[in-house]
Design a protein around this ligand. Sequence first.
Ligand SMILES: C[S@@+](CC[C@H](N)C(=O)[O-])C[C@H]1O[C@@H](n2cnc3c(N)ncnc32)[C@H](O)[C@@H]1O
Length: 328
Amino acid sequence: MHAGSARELDWRNRNLEMQTAIDTKVLEGLRQHPKRIPSWYFYDARGGELFQQIMAMPEYYLTRAEHEILRGQAESIFTAAGHTPGTPFAIIELGAGDGSKTKELLRYLIANDFNFIYQPVDISSNAIDLLKENLSDLPEFEMEPLVGDYFEMLQQTMSNDVPKMVLFLGSNLGNYDDATAKQFLQRAANGMQSGDVLLMGLDIVKDPKRILDAYNDAAGITKAFNMNLLERMNRELDADFDKDRFDHAPVYENNQAVSYIISKEDQSVYFGATEERIEFKKGEKIQTEISRKYTRESLQGLLGDSFQITHVFQDRQKDFSDFLLIKS
Ligand SMILES: C[S@@+](CC[C@H](N)C(=O)[O-])C[C@H]1O[C@@H](n2cnc3c(N)ncnc32)[C@H](O)[C@@H]1O
């Protein structure tokens, strides 16, 4: 066997291992009570396309607000982070998605001759493909895209002494409950050196109706995004979900938007991949996503000793904040 095909086989095995791990996680969540599906499962090719549409919806203020911050305040952000054009540094973005907001930061860095490498990490290879295409019209710069889990990839990027700026944008932290968010921050800190910075974009507590509308838009795009999970399971787990017998059911309570898929009747769904049936009662919910909303104080409560907040960048309406955190 020549080297090329051995590499190809390695890659295929790795993909197969990843797919098995994904399937196991999803089924584990459905066997539990209450049932849940991890929110990263949204991002197959169709889910990625739908998320692009969500970001452009009138109700989804989050992307516009953070875009405004990164477009208008790039210089202040890099000055506050202590980066100057001469000194090399790495930007590692966790859960980069399509990179459309980060593009504003990259544009600023390229125009001002900064010496940097951009390492976007995403568990979805579709997202990384989209990101590469999205950034292809920028002048040349150094980029190393990484497909995989945040922490596995963070470890890979941490093996050298170049100062790091980690980006965790789009209020991605809000997909974790507070206990898990604390662990996330601790793990991120463990992968960073003292003085490295984390720029974290968070959605801020505000009028509950505006928040709920962002997860339950009039055109039904968030509904399609949520219900696409059933189609993904039908395809990848050989399941037989009938979408008409389930519904999209988001709520906002205790400073978090929670998306559910609710079963309209007693029913059982067959999963060919594992040859098992999973039962659903009428009114039973599958939790598919939480999106926590923050204040500076609630973020402070999650940081422990790992990070200090040094600067806060806000949009004009103060809907959203990008917090600059320095590793202690
Ligand atoms: C809500 S999107 C946000 C994308 C981008 N940060 C933004 O602000 O527009 C979340 C992204 O994180 C990725 N993601 C979720 N969980 C992940 C994990 N454990 N490791 C790596 N990427 C993950 C998803 O594939 C998706 O592209």
